[in-house]
Design a protein around this ligand. Structure first.
Ligand code: GDP
Length: 424
């Protein structure tokens, strides 16, 4: 397939990075098209364990060109730290294998500060932001009050633009939040530093990808977070501030209305969620601690313990529908091996009625999970490499999910390592 998107079906952290790492050797380009450094993609390969935040997961493969598209929240500081950290472990990152769109907007120092100040103001009503500045960034982008990466190549124009923006932003910092203003000299120094560092990576990535398509090159689009965090279709306002859906990939990468030949949705074998907001299947106490421990469910960016629970068929079916996934991958099946019975949330109960369809976000707070149990397999499956290697009950679990969500399972992942998977 020429254009393939790898997307999250649930709340994020489904294991997209690991699947991109697995599949990208068959592709020429790996493109990030939305989001920023607010989530982490974990990749485990022969060089060790890497938590990527902005750099596309294709960076470990020679010959793959990694692109940060125009839809990304380009945080120069975090990106640079990440480039240095990856380089220090022997991975080559150059202007040849990493390209940054000149049309990507830059996440600026005040975005992180405003994110933290607003969460602080909201106190117990906070959104659970990772405080990476994503919400203030996207609101500024849509107000047309941020700076495009390409402007770094136009220093005279840039200076004036920075000054105008800072005059305006300091009004918010001082007037609304009573914080200290940012000094113009400090900001100029910050821009000088990152203009120098990022220059070799900047190009018109839309043009690059269009030319690649003409040459029949294969492009893999890597999404961040999942369907339920999509700004328009997720559990608003506990969403992120960008569109996490595959349908945004062409726009966020400069390819207009290109169609996806394949959309692979990543689903975890159970549910996890970071941050605030409704989470119908949530477990608490010992049961939750055990699953969190076995699954090592701690945020890749923040280290925060993730909220956990059984797989949620209602949310997963909805996530698949809005992504228009052509197949799904089930990750972390190995984690469930300790359970005698495997719980599955098959429906929600809302106001005394059982429902199959994912409700309006506000109603989620009143939904209760309706749970069915399947028999567990109680044996280590991390060495399984063929469908027949899986115990019957593990196969039944996969087939059950497949039937309930109405989408083919193409890969089952049984461990974080590159080869720990079963292709069906
Ligand atoms: P992403 O943001 O969707 O890429 O997901 P994260 O990287 O935040 O979280 C996925 C975590 O699960 C990472 O630590 C992966 O190494 C790990 N992982 C992925 N697939 C599997 C699997 O099949 N089994 C186990 N045990 N761990 C996995």
């Amino acid at each position: 397939m020429k254009n393939c998107a790898i997307v999250g079906i649930n709340w994020g952290d489904e294991g997209k990075g690991r699947i991109v790492d697995l599949l990208c050797k068959e592709y020429d380009f790996v493109v990030r098209y939305q989001g920023g450094g607010n989530a982490g993609h974990t990749v485990v390969n022969e060089l060790g364990k890497f938590a990527l935040h902005l750099i596309p997961s294709g960076i470990f493969h020679k010959g793959v060109v990694n692109v940060l598209g125009n839809g990304v929240a380009l945080d120069p500081q975090s990106l640079w730290e990440e480039i240095e950290s990856v380089r220090s472990r022997g991975i080559e990152v150059t202007g040849e294998n990493l390209k940054i769109s000149d049309r990507a907007s830059m996440l600026l120092p005040w975005h992180k500060e405003l994110d933290a100040l607003e969460e602080e103001r909201l106190k117990h009503k906070k959104y659970g932001s990772t405080k990476q500045g994503i919400a203030p960034f996207y609101s500024d982008k849509y107000q047309k009050k941020t700076i495009l990466v390409g402007e770094l190549l136009h220093p005279k124009h840039l200076k004036e633009h920075i000054k105008d923006l800072l005059d305006w932003k300091n009004l918010t910092l001082t007037g609304v939040y009573n914080a200290d203003p940012i000094k113009l000299e400090d900001l100029y120094a910050w821009f000088d530093e990152y203009a120098e560092k990022l220059r070799p990576f900047i190009c018109d990535t839309g043009k690059l990808l269009k030319a690649a398509q003409k040459e029949d090159k294969k492009i893999l689009f890597e999404a961040q977070l999942g369907s339920l965090r999509d700004l328009d279709y997720g559990i608003y306002p506990y969403t992120t501030s960008s569109n996490t859906l595959a349908s945004y990939a062409p726009i966020g990468s400069g390819l207009g209305s290109t169609t996806m030949n394949e959309i692979i949705g990543i689903v975890k074998a159970y549910s996890t969620c970071v941050g605030e907001g409704p989470f119908v299947c949530e477990w608490f106490g010992e049961e939750a601690d055990k699953l969190r421990e076995v699954g090592q469910e701690y945020g890749a960016k923040t280290g925060r313990p993730r909220r956990v629970g059984p797989i949620d068929i209602v949310a997963t079916r909805y996530g698949i529908e809005v992504q228009n996934a052509t197949s799904i991958v089930i990750t972390k099946l190995d984690v469930l091996s300790y359970m005698d019975k495997i719980p599955v949330c098959v429906k929600y109960e809302l106001n005394g009625e059982q429902i199959d369809d994912f409700p309006f976000p506000v109603e989620l707070a009143d939904c209760k999970p309706v749970i069915e149990y399947l028999d567990g397999w109680k044996q280590d499956i991390s060495g399984a490499r063929k469908w027949e290697d899986l115990p019957v009950n593990a196969r039944k679990y996969i087939e059950y999910i497949e039937e309930k969500v109405g989408c083919r399972v193409s890969i089952v992942s049984v461990g974080p390592e590159r080869d720990s998977y079963i292709k069906r």
